[in-house]
Design a protein around this ligand. Structure first.
Ligand code: NAD
Length: 363
């Protein structure tokens, strides 16, 4: 008879997709952070432009299979001018991202926006507007106009926007659950559902379904907001928001707008969740081809994505907090990659390597 069950000694398997542009630089830095926090089995695979060059496709079936078998997927960024083309039949790096989301069933994209104290003055908004902002954008990721039927004649084009009540229900539940978790034991979270119900039929269904399931979350407040109003409120009064839930294209646009509240795209992490398999963790920014290879890419959004990987992918919230605190410590110390410079006293210019070393030292 066994007195005790031996603890599993297998390290979590992390599938690493560095991608293009600054992707390989920031992902290499993130691996150093991961190695400081624990022990992992990594597998590196191609995606995006790098995969088009090597395999003729932005995401191969084999890579998707390998992703499914991992505990979490860490992605850098994809794309660049080399693969820009107006030929609708040419493979595009971004198809790799869409394929990953669809293939892994990742229907929920979570983007927290919380300007760190040391960077408040890097925000384009005045301090009094931005202070107190701590919001989460929950974006539907696998439906709507990006995945609808597309038609093209010589002089016309159309993109269908389709949503089912099931798709709306499951993303809204993620938002309500997140609001509940963020509010903690005291309760009192709030969900703002963003749509265009005065014009779009999909939005009217969206509003109906979200209102319906609010009954299951009576501790969470719900309000509805039209997307044009939400775009204005995000810059005029961002601290009014807690959790924003919205459909794919509105979420794409609003989350980039919210991103700028922090002063730099280089600070924003994201998690894509939902399927049975692993989540996908990646910075919000793109492949920044303008600075690729110059050693100045800000790796912090990728480090914070690693924190989300610990939180949502590996259920290790204490390690997530450790990384977040180490990022704050490096910034409190005055280190700034060029995208974060505000010219304030006490700032010290750092490249990717210096910033990474400072975060690792703080860990
Ligand atoms: P981008 O996010 O790559 O860059 C926008 C600006 O922000 C650039 O000036 C860039 O130098 C700067 N920037 C971005 N990340 C930074 C970082 N970590 N550190 C310092 N500066 C940073 O957006 P873009 O220029 O519109 O797109 C470039 C390529 O990336 C395009 O091919 C686009 O399709 C692709 N893209 C990919 C993703 C993704 O992989 N998730 C997202 C957006 C854009």
């Amino acid at each position: 008879m066994l007195d005790s069950v031996p603890e599993s000694t297998t390290s979590p398997r992390i599938l690493v997709l560095a991608g293009d542009g600054i992707g390989p630089e920031i992902v290499a830095a993130a691996r150093r952070v991961l190695d400081t926090v624990g022990s992992f089995d990594y597998e590196e695979r191609l995606v995006g432009g790098a995969s088009i060059d090597e395999l003729g496709t932005p995401l191969s079936d084999e890579v998707l299979e390998d992703c499914r078998a991992a505990d979490a997927v860490l992605l850098g960024a994809v794309g660049g001018p080399k693969w820009d083309s107006t030929d609708p039949d040419a493979p595009r790096p971004e198809q790799g991202l869409l394929g990953l989301r669809k293939g892994l069933g990742l229907y929920a994209n979570l983007r927290p926006v919380k300007p760190l104290a040391a960077l408040i003055d890097a925000s384009p908004l005045r301090r009094d507007r931005i202070e107190g902002t701590d919001l989460l954008v929950v974006r539907e990721l696998t439906g709507g106009i990006y995945f609808g039927r597309k038609e093209r004649t010589a002089t016309t084009a159309s993109d269908e926007c389709l949503y089912s009540s099931e798709e709306i229900d499951r993303i809204a539940r993620i938002a309500f659950e997140a609001a509940r978790r963020r509010a903690g034991d005291g309760g009192g979270g709030r969900v703002t559902s963003v749509d265009k119900a005065n014009v779009l039929e999909t939005s009217r269904l969206w509003r109906e379904v979200v209102s319906g399931i609010a009954a299951d979350y009576d501790d969470v407040e719900l309000d509805h907001m039209l997307v044009d109003n939400a775009a204005m409120q995000l810059v005029s009064d961002p601290s009014r928001f807690d959790v924003i839930v919205t459909e794919n294209m509105f979420g794409d646009i609003l989350s980039d707008e919210a991103a700028m509240l922090t002063g730099s795209l280089g600070m924003l992490p994201s998690a894509s969740l939902g399927g049975e398999g692993p989540g996908l963790f990646e910075p919000v920014h793109g492949s920044a081809p303008d600075i690729a290879g110059t050693g100045v890419a800000n790796p912090l959004a990728t480090f914070l994505s690693v924190a989300m990987l610990f939180q949502h992918g590996l259920d290790r919230p204490e390690d997530a907090r450790r990384i977040e605190s180490a990022v704050e410590a490096a910034l409190d110390d005055g280190l700034r990659t060029p995208d974060l410079r505000s010219g304030a006293e006490g700032e010290r210019e750092a490249g990717t390597a210096e910033m990474t070393a400072a975060v690792i030292a703080a860990l």
